[in-house]
Write a protein that binds this ligand. Structure first.
Ligand SMILES: [Ca+2]
Ligand SMILES: [Ca+2]
Length: 485
């Protein structure tokens, strides 16, 4: 019983390894010339399908000098004639075999029957002399067949050249040539042309799965089922439908990705079919997976707030680099209420308050895909004058410039309580006037002016400490700033 089981098992294993030979093409010429194209030109000796001779049945393909009545040729008439048929060699077609029965006589070395396999775009020409019969990209599978008086069967097995050309259509080409003197009858005749193959079994990888961990995608799969007819070599990885990595000999693979999107993968097993050639299996299942790359939205840095009278000046620095997506701007909040409708790109904001108190300011960096945590600063205002208690009042004041230090320009903000003539003059550290920035009437309210670091003559001033003095008919204040180039 045990022996029987072993035998059955053995038979099962053998059964999976031997695929049946498949006939791809067969023609016994009993049903006309539908499969064949003749290129006979004006030759007297032509390819013909008829019943002058045959290996089996009554018909064959042969050379005839009388339109098929006889299988004979005119030895004094030059011929270079062709008959061909196109055959698709399918993917994973192994052990290609070409069979045909033939006979033929001729003048050795001069009257010749050749068989070629050529690309399907090769078009033979009857007018070509055999001196120019070289056919590029061709494979000569039989030549100088001219001393075969009896029907015999030709078999070409294991066609190495075709290994890397599967899934391609080939032109099977019979060529008969004679010079125009001397010959032995009869010329070439062919019957029972057959092309067959044994399907290769190249089992694919199975059960591909993918897991993601931040920037990493891990693939694992199962080996192909046993039963392949060829020798497994390794795996290739395809990502997004494109060849991605090769020579993988484990059943796992790690990919590092940098985008938060869906990636697709499949794996192919490669099988060796000859010393230099291999074939891929069908693909494994395809997996789709997104990584879990964390989104980073860095906040503004070093937010500070200063109160000066009823004016609060906020300033901050750009976020650290490395945020996800494009930067859009900043939003500013006071006690959770937005102070602006749209984000701003400046690195400062000037707010006016009407009551003494402690205010919580928040500045957020806005990105195309999200916003940062807020940078927060508490600003206590204790200096709002009694007269400014009504909501629309302003106080005459010169604020600190921003940025400071600066290069090449800085903004100077100021307010006036009532319409006033205002002058703002910049002096260098030696007390010499560098520039008059403002010298005109201003309405009550907040104003600002930019100094571009140039003097009255439009020349750049040097690095160093500068003073700016604001003056109205009842107010004078001087502040310090630093130009740092
Ligand atoms: Ca036949
Ligand atoms: Ca001859």
């Amino acid at each position: 019983m045990k022996t029987l089981m072993t035998l059955l098992l053995l038979l099962t294993v053998i059964g999976t390894l031997s695929a049946e030979r498949i006939v791809l093409f067969f023609d016994d010429f009993e049903n006309g010339s539908g499969n064949w194209t003749f290129v006979n030109g004006a030759a007297v000796n032509k390819w013909h399908i008829g019943n002058a001779t045959s290996f089996e049945g009554s018909n064959a393909l042969y050379i005839s000098n009388d339109n098929g009545v006889s299988n004979a040729y005119n030895v004094n008439s030059y011929s270079f004639v062709h008959a061909y048929t196109d055959i698709l060699l399918p993917r994973h077609a192994g052990d290609i075999r070409v069979n045909f029965s033939f006979k033929g006589m001729g003048e050795y070395g001069f009257d010749v029957f050749d068989v070629y396999i050529v690309p399907e775009d090769f078009i033979p020409e009857a007018s070509n002399g055999w001196e120019t019969q070289y056919i590029s990209s061709s494979y000569l599978i039989g030549e100088y067949i001219c001393e075969q008086p009896e029907w015999t069967t030709y078999t070409l097995d294991g066609h190495e050249w075709i290994y890397t050309h599967e899934d391609t259509t080939y032109r099977f080409l019979f060529v008969w040539k004679n010079d125009n003197s001397i010959g032995v009858q009869p010329p070439a005749a062919i019957d029972n042309v057959e092309v067959s193959y044994v399907p290769r079994i190249a089992n694919p990888p199975r059960n591909l799965t993918a897991t993601a961990d931040s920037y990493t995608i891990n693939l694992t799969w199962d080996e192909p089922l046993p039963g392949s007819t060829e020798t497994f070599v390794d795996y290739s990885i395809y990502r997004d439908g494109l060849y991605y990595d090769m020579w993988i000999t484990t059943t796992s693979y790690t990919d590092i990705v940098d985008e938060n999107r869906v990636y697709s993968y499949y794996v192919v097993a490669n099988y060796e079919i000859s010393m230099f050639n291999s074939i891929p299996s069908e693909p494994s299942n395809t997996v789709y997976i997104s990584p879990n790359i964390p989104l980073i939205f860095n906040p503004p840095q070093n937010l500070i707030g200063n109160a000066n009278g009823n004016v609060v000046t906020l300033s901050w620095e750009e976020p650290e680099s490395g945020s996800s997506g494009d930067f859009v701007g900043y939003m500013v909040y006071k006690d959770e209420e937005p102070l602006i409708e749209e984000s701003i790109s400046e690195l400062y904001f000037i707010d006016t308050v009407t009551e003494n108190g402690t205010y919580i300011y928040k500045v957020l960096a806005i990105y195309e895909n999200g916003e940062s945590e807020p940078a927060t600063v508490e600003v206590t205002v204790s200096d709002v004058s009694e007269t400014d208690d009504n909501a629309i009042g302003f106080r005459t004041i010169l604020h600190s410039n921003y940025p400071n230090p600066f290069n090449p320009e800085t903004t100077i903000s100021f307010s006036v309580a009532v319409e006033s003539h205002v002058s703002i003059v910049i002096f260098n550290i030696r007390g010499q006037k560098a520039r008059t920035l403002v010298n005109s009437n201003h309405s009550a309210g907040n104003h600002s002016v930019v100094w571009n670091g140039k003097d009255e003559n439009g020349q750049d001033v040097g690095s160093g400490i500068y003073f700016y003095q604001m003056q109205t008919n009842d107010y004078v204040t001087t502040r310090k700033m630093v130009l740092m180039k």
